[in-house]
Design a protein around this ligand. Structure first.
Ligand SMILES: [Zn+2]
Length: 575
């Protein structure tokens, strides 16, 4: 047991830590451990691989096993056989992988990396129910340092010390047995064959249950750690390498402005606000119990209460909503390799500008103008780390002037409700719903606190959108309009799930139902022949991010062979 020497001073009656005593104690413990390990016999790499796999099964696969074993009748012996068989299958299979990767030179550094990364992965899996599929791994790889910093907390540090640092230190203390190569190779092959044979044997024993698990709950395989992130990482690296330096496949070649543009007297200014992590369930205009949209409520907007997202994270949703493929024809590689809606709009002569307060346009605006405002130094809107979304309305006049008062399509990419640090997403004057959760460690707060804090963030989006509309109203020399659409929703503790990013097929509706709102100036409606009352009447119909591409083309009267009238939600409401 660690005993720290405490001393008291007369001036300060409180206990003061005697640091030199602590240091001495640690060095004694370290020396004792070193002496202990030096006495241990050397261990073969094969045994080390098996122990490491056992460690992963026991310490990092809680979510996988509890999901796989859920709803079983434990009075039935078959359930126990399935539980044991599954444990053996996973451990033997991961052992086989480690037996291929580890040798006398790679064992210690590789296991250290695996222990550390797996510890971090298992922390977030257990805390937020994260599935490490390729989309999630891509999302993490594109996460910026500030976002990662917000996920950092004391319980994470403790978890890393116990499940990452401690096993790593132990591994470095071990002496590895050295065997001549001619003997080592056949022994290693024997171990690999044995591990695969055990995998096959145990799988056969539970085959019926195992195959039905993999068929009915396919996504659970992304909970098997560390195989999940290693597999997904290799998929992402392979896909990105194949696509690197390849120019985007053109879809804009045949696009042109329709005849309606000839008689237009004013230039057009269209603002598309791409929201972040705002869910439909907490949207005041959708009838939510908290009035989270008091400002939009007073404005003449069309609200779409039944909108759904393409994905459950930014990396999927943002490229998808601007693509010709969408969710109905989802193909990540094709979406990333083709031009986006913005390239079509730019091609016909409407200048596009992507203003970002998030983590970039995810390839949507490649080759087009992109302004990163998230690191601005505004005295009131920025705190040195992050900026409030209103930063994107700063110097809008400059953007307009740069377009030489011509037609302009501006995308504002919000920081929105990005969690878990919801309390940092709104200014103090919008702390309306209380008590709040003023930490990014959500486990320290009640569901009520988390929801209140999240709702204050929604209030800020409401304010930001109202301010955007006010700005557009002030631009009387333009025909102006705004469309707002959140990229995906968020779980706030329903079924014990937090944040977002669950595989789409099993994602709860909280993560896929998003708010969507349209506003247009009378001039825009008249000039582009959009009947707002008609749109208002049809707004209750289900829509999705798949409608964005075609509705924007249709509404802005841009002709393209990729336009699909069936997916244009405004088609029936235009003259
Ligand atoms: Zn997002």
């Amino acid at each position: 047991m660690l005993v720290l020497k405490l001393s008291q001073t007369a001036a300060n009656p409180s206990a003061v830590l005697d640091v030199s005593g602590g240091r001495h104690f640690i060095s004694v413990v370290f020396a004792a451990c070193s002496a202990f390990f030096a006495r241990l016999p050397a261990i073969g790499v094969e045994r080390l691989a098996i122990f490491a796999s056992l460690f992963f099964s026991l310490s990092c696969n809680y979510l996988f096993f509890t999901t796989a074993w859920a709803q079983r009748d434990w009075t039935h012996p078959a359930s126990w056989l399935f539980a044991a068989g599954l444990f053996v299958t996973i451990t033997a299979l991961q052992s086989a992988g480690l037996l291929i990767l580890l040798n006398r030179w790679t064992s210690k550094p590789l296991l250290t990396i695996l222990f550390m990364v797996t510890a971090a992965a298992s922390y977030y899996m257990n805390k937020y129910t994260v599935f490490f599929n390729p989309e999630m791994v891509r999302n993490i790889l594109r996460t910026d340092v500030r976002e990662a910093g917000e996920l950092f907390c004391l319980s994470f540090v403790i978890h890393m010390l116990v499940f990452g640092v401690l096993p790593s230190v132990l591994v470095w203390q071990l002496r590895l047995r050295t065997t001549p190569l001619r003997r080592a190779i056949p022994v290693r092959l024997l171990y690999i064959v044995a591990a695969l044979a055990v995998t096959a044997g145990s799988t056969m024993l539970i085959f019926q249950d195992f195959s039905s698990l993999m068929r009915n709950q396919k996504e659970v395989r992304y909970l098997i750690t560390p195989s999940n992130y290693l597999f997904s990482l290799s998929r992402v690296v392979a896909a990105d390498t194949a696509q690197a330096h390849t120019p985007k496949i053109k879809i804009s070649d045949d696009a042109k402005l329709a005849a309606g543009w000839a008689g237009r007297t004013k230039p057009m200014l269209f603002v598309l606000v791409v929201g972040e992590t705002t869910r439909a369930a907490n949207w005041g205009l959708n009838g939510y119990e908290h009035q989270t949209t008091p400002e939009l409520k007073k404005l003449d907007v069309v609200n779409f209460p039944h909108a759904t997202s393409c994905g459950t994270n930014t990396e999927v949703s943002v490229p998808c909503m601007f693509s010709i493929y969408g969710r109905h024809d989802y193909n990540e590689a094709k979406i990333r390799s083709h031009e986006s809606l913005l390239h079509i709009i730019d091609k016909v002569g409407v200048k596009t500008v992507w203003r970002d307060n998030q983590a970039g346009c995810k390839g949507v605006c490649d080759g087009l103008e992109e302004q990163n405002l998230s690191e601005s130094k505004h005295p009131t809107l920025c705190d040195g780390e992050r900026c409030l979304d209103e930063i994107m309305l700063e110097n809008m006049d400059g953007v307009i002037q740069k377009a030489k008062n011509g037609n302009l399509f501006v995308v504002l990419h919000q920081l929105g409700n990005h969690g878990p640090a919801y309390y940092r997403r709104y200014p103090a004057n919008l702390r309306s719903f209380t008590p709040t959760c003023d930490t990014s460690d959500l486990s320290k707060c009640s569901r009520e606190q988390i929801t209140n804090t999240y709702d204050n963030g929604v209030l800020y989006t409401d304010h930001f959108l109202a301010k955007t509309i006010a700005y557009l109203k002030s631009q009387t020399s333009y025909d102006t309009a705004m469309l707002y659409l959140s990229d995906h929703g968020e779980s706030l503790g329903e079924h014990g799930i937090y944040l977002h990013g669950l595989p789409y097929s099993i994602a709860p509706k909280e993560q896929t139902q998003v708010p969507m709102v349209m506003w247009m100036s009378p001039g825009f409606a008249a000039s582009f022949g959009v009947n707002k009352d008609c749109l208002q009447q049809r707004a209750a119909n289900p829509v999705s991010q798949d409608n964005l591409f075609h509705s924007i083309l249709g509404m802005l009267q841009i002709e393209s062979s990729y336009y699909d009238k069936k997916l244009d939600m405004t088609a029936g409401c235009r003259a």
